[in-house]
Design a protein around this ligand. Structure first.
Ligand SMILES: Cc1cc2nc3c(=O)[nH]c(=O)nc-3n(C[C@H](O)[C@H](O)[C@H](O)COP(=O)(O)OP(=O)(O)OC[C@H]3O[C@@H](n4cnc5c(N)ncnc54)[C@H](O)[C@@H]3O)c2cc1C
Length: 450
């Protein structure tokens, strides 16, 4: 075997690739060579930015609950998940020196709160099992020789590699500076696989009038993709008023072409991107998909979901009576008394934007406005800042129990490159770990030993 020949090559040393390397190397032991080719100078660049640097690496919910957070076909993940459950992943990382803690929502983090500890443990697991992780190797092209049952890879530095089993773990398209540039989708397509339409998910959705586009031309809208509004576009006056507000325990309902499609309760943040935070992200998948398909999207925020409309109406009426009867307010104008009412039902920082959105609101219509603050959605933040790429290599053409291609024996896909994505909460990384590990083990078994 030449120096650049291996039994199993894994492209990408991210979450899926490092687990694939550990799985493959553990399975074949000393009787074969496992090589990981990573284009970045260091492995796991994306893991380093996960969970705001704390890396929410899994979620310890059982399969029944876990699977509800996986899209579009949770059952595809089942064999991978049972082979490496969230609990087993925690034990796996503990065995390589990383302690974990489980926080609210069953989300697991490294006890050190450092994402780098996850990367270190994964690299240790792969290397101690015998895999070689080679960084700074960008794979450019893949040639499949069906008669020889082998793959040849060429890299951007002119080097080449061969292998009999190839695992593609190149991730998605988000945060391209971490190394994810979508190469895996292109190779999959060239090798005859279908790739389901790709779109950004777990991303900010942008209300109409939230951003100013002084530098934008019609042509740049076209090239950016339908509905894509770059994160760096400046905030409008309205955007500035809303940005920074963090709403706790509100309800967000998504309407597509006038039909209610999703309703989520929880926390919502207005950021420099638009609406995000846990419930903003939750609705973003359906929202982006709809916008790409040319549908009209509206998001309605209920600021008082715990109170029925009638109860809120009577509560506001009595507050209004108190304010009106208060002698200190006798000389005040209606708009000033109404302002006092607003301070009793809204956080101070939200009032300017609320008033601008509801210029005709009065004490009689306030309860309605509080329970249904309507935002027409203009677009969404794209791959420059989304958390995950939805769509990918079609699951129809991959065997769930092995992650092997049904079209090309010896070829495997794992992680975000597949048409699998999940909600926030540690589900995405666990999906990458589980599919990567099973792909590695499956490829290793084909080589033969143990
Ligand atoms: C800001 C942010 C925060 C996130 N937070 C969380 C979180 O807290 N919890 C969670 O579960 N998920 C989180 N995610 C999602 C999670 O990071 C991904 O689901 C996961 O990293 C996917 O793993 P992967 O191995 O498929 O891809 P990646 O981790 O992206 O790895 C792919 C690797 O392939 C390499 N590569 C690509 N092309 C080539 C090539 N041609 N040659 C060689 N190498 C190549 C890349 O450099 C990269 O290292 C977050 C994502 C982002 C962007």
């Amino acid at each position: 075997m030449g120096n650049n020949a291996a039994d199993i090559i894994i492209i990408g040393a991210g979450a899926a690739g490092l687990m694939a390397a550990a799985g493959a190397a553990r399975t074949i032991g000393n009787s074969g060579r496992v090589v990981v080719l990573e284009k970045m100078p260091r492995p796991g660049r994306k893991i380093m930015i996960t969970g705001k640097g704390r890396c929410n690496f899994t979620n310890v919910k059982n399969w029944n609950e876990f699977s509800g957070h996986i899209h579009p076909k949770p059952n595809f993940l089942k064999p991978s998940f049972y082979n490496l459950t969230s609990e087993k992943m925690i034990d796996f990382l503990t065995a390589y020196g990383m302690e974990s803690i489980v926080e609210r929502g069953d989300r697991a983090f490294p006890a050190s709160h450092l994402a780098s500890d996850v990367v270190d443990a994964l690299v240790r697991a792969a290397e101690e099992a015998g895999a070689e992780v080679i960084c700074g190797k960008e794979v450019k092209e893949i040639f499949h020789d069906a008669s020889a049952e082998s793959f040849s890879l060429t890299c951007s530095d002119g080097s080449s590699f061969t292998c009999s089993r190839l695992i593609i773990c190149t991730g998605g398209l988000s945060y391209p500076k971490t190394g994810s540039s979508g190469d895996g989708y292109e190779w999959a397509g060239k090798m005859g696989h279908s790739v389901k339409p790709l779109f950004p998910s777990l991303t900010a959705i942008v209300p109409k009038g939230y951003k100013d586009f002084p530098t934008r031309t019609a042509a740049s809208f076209e090239t950016a993709g339908r509905g894509h509004i770059h994160r760096r576009e400046p905030l409008s006056e309205m955007g500035k008023m809303l940005c920074g507000n963090q709403l706790k325990n509100v309800n967000l309902t998504l309407f597509i072409d006038g039909n209610e499609v999703q309703s989520e309760f929880g926390d919502l943040d207005f950021t420099d991107g638009g609406i995000e935070g846990p419930i903003g992200f939750k609705v973003s998948r359906k929202c982006v998909n709809a916008m790409i398909n040319g549908s009209k999207v509206t998001a309605v925020v209920d600021l008082k979901p715990a109170v029925e409309y009638e109860d809120l109406y009577s509560r506001i009426s009595s507050l209004w009576n108190e304010i009106s009867k208060d002698r200190r307010n006798a000389q005040r104008l209606y708009k000033d008394r109404f302002r006092i009412l607003l301070t009793k039902v809204l956080p101070q920082s939200l009032i300017p934007a609320f008033v601008k959105y509801h210029p005709n609101a009065d004490h009689k219509t306030l309860s309605k406005a509080l329970k249904s603050w309507k935002f027409d959605i203009d677009g969404y933040v794209g791959y420059e800042r989304c958390v995950i790429t939805a769509g990918g290599v079609s699951l129809e053409e991959i065997t769930p129990k092995t992650l092997e291609s049904k079209l090309i024996p010896g070829l495997y896909f794992a992680g975000e490159v597949l048409d699998l994505d999940a909600d926030t909460g540690g589900y995405n990384l666990q999906t990458a770990f589980s599919t990567g590990y099973l792909a590695g083990i499956s490829a290793g078994k084909e080589i033969g030993v143990r």
